[in-house]
Design a protein around this ligand. Structure first.
Ligand SMILES: Cc1cc2nc3c(=O)[nH]c(=O)nc-3n(C[C@H](O)[C@H](O)[C@H](O)COP(=O)(O)OP(=O)(O)OC[C@H]3O[C@@H](n4cnc5c(N)ncnc54)[C@H](O)[C@@H]3O)c2cc1C
Length: 634
């Protein structure tokens, strides 16, 4: 940035203070980038570029030309010295100190350095950022690398060829590869790079480097070492935009998440600063590539062993110039489709479904309801499809999401702790039962209120609503489902002691929520409101079942999964004993329906709902405690 400002005369008549906490007098990193020889970055930085290469190999055999690109190399120390020399040519002070804070008040923007508060018309901030919390499907990996500048007596072959992403090294549960930048026939930088959660350590890297170099070059000596780590994340830097403060480098979000490259982006940004703002179409383009980066990062984080397959296929099947164009985010979407078709397609589709599940799910539900609604009231076939899907939904997620309370409370082992937990659970159920016996209208009110609370809480956490908005949402959903089926709801509630009639609610009552969801640009929420509106044409139990399974249970299940860090199958198995209990109850209820009806003056349906309310009560308390912990309030 300094070099660009200087070149463009923007430092003329300005006083510059350069605050850097490091003396910057060692060659701590290399800056490499792809470019065509006639690009501005090459002509501008010509004096700093010490080396460039025109072709690539991946594992000693097969050399591919990069034409029309070359790979350029700048020593970090040369760039630092250039910055220092520019400071000597302008009215600049280089201060070896740390910036403690950057802020703004009525006098303007300022930096705090120790005791000093220095105001400036323009501040450039490149302090390494913290990142916003990682929320699924965002990923934070590290690209860590350890390399040696070596001198050797062996033969490398063509000096114009660099070795890129050679995966013939142990992967150690990550995606790891070697690269070699040959400076001449007898010196080279050989570096081991890891994409992974854990940083590469010297203990891990040194033996791999040694074996690799020995096998390639024979005896060698180490001239110097390069180590570093670059964040590979699609999470945004946790920074505040401030007037007159320009964020640079990693802090400005300029590191490409899937590659860790930033230098060329930083150069381009510096050149465009104050001369051109990004156009809308540039931003739209970026969103598409951010999305691709996200897919790759997700794969690398969940299936790190797939990394070598993806990159090997990429370089083997796609011409290098096309790959570079893609990494530079300059390809057309048709070229991108062609590139993806050469990669493990199913892996990307699977990742797409998992990472975009929040959109697939409401779309699938919307489709399901449209199928049920397609020609007016349900016919026999549609009704059967509806019930079968709901039955499967109850088996796979409806019951299981509520049958993990013992795991949440960490009472999953068969011992006295579990027995105590079950006794407590039964006691709470009995309390609810007694409330029904004592005053059914009051029990009904309590049942409705805690259902509202529970539904609102799960959705509220999912859509990041405040507790009060969650509560209003929970009540809106329940009232909407009941009110758009007022006759059926009144019949059922009457059996439970409610004497009035449920008011009829037209579906446009959902419009304010739709407006809010659109305003918050939450497509998942928008789709959910749309399908909820369509459930008004289905029978009440089916409409409620779709919300209960398709939204509430799945959302709760996903929250639990993220917290337990267990697989779906593992969680489902853990829920099985209590899910079986629920099915046994239902079977008994169905088989002995007539006897229940004969025994009691209360209708069997009322007994069924009373039981549901009794089971729900302790579950909702457990889930409330869970959500307090989950959202970090406990
Ligand atoms: C070893 C390494 C090699 C890389 N190689 C490449 C590459 O080949 N190609 C590529 O495109 N990208 C590369 N990158 C990625 C990226 O280009 C660099 O990380 C780039 O330096 C990022 O620039 P930056 O300004 O965000 O951070 P940095 O260059 O790290 O600069 C931040 C500076 O702020 C200073 N600082 C931190 N806190 C304070 C404070 N409170 N007060 C004052 N000073 C402070 C630090 O000492 C540091 O000098 C590499 C990164 C590393 C770490």
């Amino acid at each position: 940035m300094l070099k660009s400002l200087f070149k463009r005369g923007l430092l003329y008549n300005k006083r510059v203070l350069f605050v850097e906490k490091d003396s910057k007098n060692v060659n701590d990193r290399t800056f490499c980038f792809w470019a065509q020889p006639d690009e501005d970055i090459v002509t501008d930085l010509n004096g700093l570029i010490t080396r460039s290469w025109g072709s690539v190999t991946h594992h000693a055999e097969g050399i591919a030309s990069m034409l029309p690109y070359r790979y350029y190399y700048i020593k970090g120390i040369d760039l630092y010295n250039e910055a220092k020399s520019i400071c000597e040519h302008v009215d600049a002070t280089w201060k070896l100190d740390a910036v403690d804070a950057i802020g703004r008040d009525e006098k303007g923007s300022f930096v705090i350095v120790g005791e000093a508060c220095i105001y400036s018309a323009q501040i450039f901030d490149s302090r390494p950022p913290k990142y916003l919390p990682i929320k699924f499907p965002k990923v934070h990996l590290n690209q860590s690398f350890i390399g040696w500048f070596i001198s050797h007596d062996g033969q490398y072959g063509k000096e114009d060829t660099l070795t890129l992403m050679d995966f013939s090294v142990p992967q150690l549960g990550n995606t790891q590869f070697m690269y070699i930048l040959p400076f001449d026939q007898h010196t080279a930088l050989v570096e081991l790079t890891r994409f992974g959660d854990n940083q590469l350590t010297e203990e891990e890297a040194y033996p791999i480097l040694e074996t690799y170099i020995q096998s390639r070059f024979g005896d060698f000596s180490i001239l110097s070492t390069e180590e570093g780590s670059i964040p590979m994340t699609n999470a945004k830097p946790d920074v505040k935009e401030m007037e007159d403060v320009t964020l640079l480098g990693a802090r400005g979000g300029m590191i490409k998440p899937s590659t860790g490259y930033a230098f060329k982006r930083m150069y381009t940004f510096a050149e465009q600063w104050k001369s051109k703002s990004l156009s809308k179409s540039d931003r739209l383009g970026k969103e598409r590539f951010e999305w691709y980066d996200g897919l790759l990062l997700y794969i690398l984080s969940i299936w790190p062993h797939k990394g070598s397959q993806i990159f090997t296929q990429l370089f083997a099947r796609v011409p290098l110039a096309r790959v570079i164009l893609f990494l530079e985010e300059k390809t057309h979407w048709k070229q991108e489709v062609s590139i993806f078709s050469k990669l493990p397609v199913w892996l990307f589709i699977k990742t797409l479904v998992i990472t975009q599940f929040h959109l697939f799910r409401p779309l699938l539900i919307l489709f399901f309801i449209v199928v049920l609604n397609v020609n007016g009231p349900l016919d026999g076939l549609q009704e059967s499809i509806g019930w079968i899907v709901l039955l499967l939904g109850m088996i796979f997620v409806g019951f299981p999401h509520g049958a993990l309370d013992h795991v949440i409370e960490q009472k999953a082992k068969w011992n006295t702790q579990l027995l105590k937990f079950i006794s407590m659970y039964l006691m709470l159920m009995a309390m609810m039962g007694m409330l029904w016996w004592w005053s059914s209208p009051l029990a009904l009110l309590v049942f409705l209120l805690f259902s509202i609370w529970h539904f609102g809480q799960a959705d509220g956490v999912y859509w990041e609503m405040s507790p009060i908005v969650s509560l209003i949402w929970g009540s809106s959903v329940l009232l909407f489902i009941l009110g758009t089926h007022s006759q059926e709801s009144s019949d059922i509630l009457r059996t439970l002691g409610y004497l009035g009639a449920v008011p009829n609610i037209p579906i446009w009552y959902g419009l304010p929520w739709l407006g809010l969801a659109i305003w918050r640009r939450n497509l998942n929420w928008v789709l959910t409101i749309l399908w909820l509106a369509l459930t008004s044409n289905l029978p009440l139990v089916m409409a409620f079942g779709i919300y209960f399974i398709g939204q509430h249970s799945i959302v709760g299940w996903l929250h639990l999964k993220r917290s337990f860090k267990l697989s779906h199958v593992h969680m489902w198995t853990k829920a099985l004993p209590f899910q079986l209990g629920a099915w046994i109850f239902l079977a008994a209820f169905y088989l002995f329906n007539d006897q229940i009806a004969a025994l009691s003056s209360v209708s069997p349906w009322a007994i069924f709902f009373i039981f549901i309310s009794c089971v729900s009560w302790p579950h909702i308390m457990v889930m409330h405690r869970f959500y307090l912990k989950y959202t970090g309030n406990l």
